[in-house]
Design a protein around this ligand. Structure first.
Ligand SMILES: CC(C)(COP(=O)(O)OP(=O)(O)OC[C@H]1O[C@@H](n2cnc3c(N)ncnc32)[C@H](O)[C@@H]1OP(=O)(O)O)[C@@H](O)C(=O)NCCC(=O)NCCS
Length: 159
C-alpha cells in the first residue's frame, strides 16, 4: 500500500492513540462481553497512554496513511517475571489497526522496528497477552513467532 509511513508517535497523536485504544477495547468486547466498553475504558486509556508517552521505557509506533493515523503498537522494556531467568523483557501491550488496514503486513513492519529498539536495549525475549477468543490476534502473534508461555485461567464462582 502506498502513502504509508510508520513512525514514532508524537504528542499530537495522543487523542488518536487513545481513540484507537478504545476501539481495540470495543473490538475485544465483541468476543467477550465482560470487557469494559471503549467508552468506559477511556479514562484508563488516557492515563495509560499519557504515562507511556512520557516514559523512555515505552515506545509507541503509529501507522500513518496519507497523513491520517490508522493504527498503533505500544512496546515497552520492563522487568520480567521473577520466576524466569531473564531480568528484563520486551512487552507488546496494545496493537491495533483499523479494519481496512489489516492483513497487509503492516503489523510486521511495526514489529520489526519495535524488536530492533528492544534488541538495542539488550532484550532477548518479547512477551504479550492475547485473548484466545480473538482469532485474529492469535493468528497474528503465532505468525510472528510468539508461542504460549504461561496460561492465565479464570473460574466463575457463580457457576
Ligand atoms: C492483530 C493485528 C494488529 C495484526 O496486524 P496486521 O497488519 O493485520 O497483521 P498481518 O497483516 O501481518 O497479518 C498477520 C495475521 O493476522 C491475522 N489476521 C489479520 N487480519 C485478519 C482478518 N481480518 N481475519 C483473519 N485473520 C486476520 C492472520 O492470521 C494473519 O496472518 P496471514 O496473513 O498469514 O493470514 C490487526 O489485524 C488488528 O488490529 N486486529 C484487530 C485487533 C487485535 O486483534 N489486536 C491484537 C490484540 S492482542
Amino acid at each position: 500500500m502506498s502513502n504509508i509511513v510508520i513512525r514514532k508517535a508524537h504528542k499530537q497523536d495522543f487523542d488518536t492513540v487513545v481513540r484507537l485504544t478504545c476501539e481495540l477495547q470495543d473490538y475485544l468486547r465483541r468476543f467477550d462481553r465482560r470487557y469494559k466498553s471503549g467508552r468506559a475504558f477511556r479514562p484508563t486509556a488516557r492515563k495509560n497512554v499519557r504515562k507511556n508517552f512520557s516514559s523512555r521505557h515505552s515506545r509507541i509506533l503509529v501507522v500513518e496513511h496519507s497523513g491520517r493515523v490508522v493504527g498503533f503498537c505500544l512496546g515497552q522494556v520492563r522487568k520480567g517475571f521473577d520466576v524466569y531467568l531473564h531480568d528484563y523483557i520486551g512487552f507488546l501491550y496494545d496493537a491495533y489497526l483499523e479494519p481496512g488496514f489489516r492483513k497487509q503486513g503492516l503489523m510486521g513492519q511495526m514489529l520489526r522496528q519495535q524488536f530492533a529498539w528492544m534488541q538495542k536495549r539488550k532484550v532477548r525475549y518479547v512477551e504479550l497477552y492475547v485473548d484466545p477468543l480473538n482469532p485474529v490476534g492469535m493468528g497474528a502473534w503465532v505468525k510472528y513467532g510468539f508461542r504460549p508461555l504461561m496460561i492465565r485461567m479464570r473460574k466463575d464462582l457463580k457457576k
